[in-house]
Design a protein around this ligand. Structure first.
Ligand code: HEC
Length: 204
């Protein structure tokens, strides 16, 4: 009984040691499966980040922060869908406890993943590189996002933000929670969902 308790405690902390590498997962998985899920998750999230950053930078330069907000709010979901289509059979979402758009609110599994990152960051001072969950017929790969300089324009201290931009954000997102961040803060995650059968096929 005592031993089972310890095993569960280790599992829920998300640390499993397979092949000398820590595994950040909610259930025990063969290292090969972790690798396949990681490859899918990293490909998709990197592609999304690259496209989003490119759009953001261009929009900030050519349209200023107010124009960039509109680009960002419309483009973010579009780009997300395009990336999902390109890789095929996957779903991508961005989420955070301090969300701007209520559509990005975390569900209970996402909340568990966000808590895992927050807790580990608090305890070790470091963000784990990923977290994998097995949930109802799919695997979810989570990539943590940190606040960089360019993010502060729209997610930083409201006292230092452009007034027109603040007004625009209030208009579009009356319940906005996504300000007050500092450089290096944990901002949220990209979630990549991959159907279980896709992973099983790739693991043969
Ligand atoms: C030009 C302003 C702008 C900049 C710069 C910006 N964002 Fe955002 N961000 C937004 C808007 C607008 C939304 C809401 C998008 C939507 O409607 O889905 C958003 C949403 C998000 C979300 C989804 C969760 C939520 O709050 O709804 C994350 C995560 C996020 N941003 C992270 C970042 C990161 C990381 C950076 C820097 C690399 C960044 N943002 C830079 C405007 C911006």
């Amino acid at each position: 009984m005592k031993r089972a308790g310890i095993v569960i405690a280790v599992l829920s902390a998300g640390f499993l040691f397979g092949c000398g590498q820590p595994q950040y997962t909610n259930i025990d998985m063969p290292p090969k499966r972790v690798k396949v899920i990681k490859d899918f998750g990293e490909d998709a999230s990197k592609m999304l980040l690259k496209e989003l950053k490119k759009e953001l930078k261009t929009a900030l330069k050519t349209k200023g922060p107010v124009g960039a907000v509109e680009v960002c709010s419309k483009k973010a979901l579009e780009i997300t869908e395009e990336v999902a289509e390109e890789i095929g059979d996957i779903k991508i979402k961005r989420t955070s406890f301090k969300y701007r758009n209520p559509k990005n609110k975390p569900d209970k599994y996402e909340a568990e993943a966000l808590r895992f990152f927050e807790k580990t960051l608090k305890e070790t001072g470091k963000l784990p590189p990923y977290y994998i969950q097995k949930v109802d017929g799919e695997y979810r790969y989570y990539k943590p996002l940190k606040v960089q300089n360019v993010c502060l324009t729209c997610h930083g201290d409201p006292n230092h933000m452009d007034e027109k931009l603040l007004k625009k954000l209030k208009e579009l997102y009356p319940q906005d929670r996504a300000t007050g961040y500092k450089l290096g803060d944990f901002r949220g995650v990209i979630r990549v969902s991959i159907p279980e059968d896709v992973i099983k096929k790739s693991c043969l």
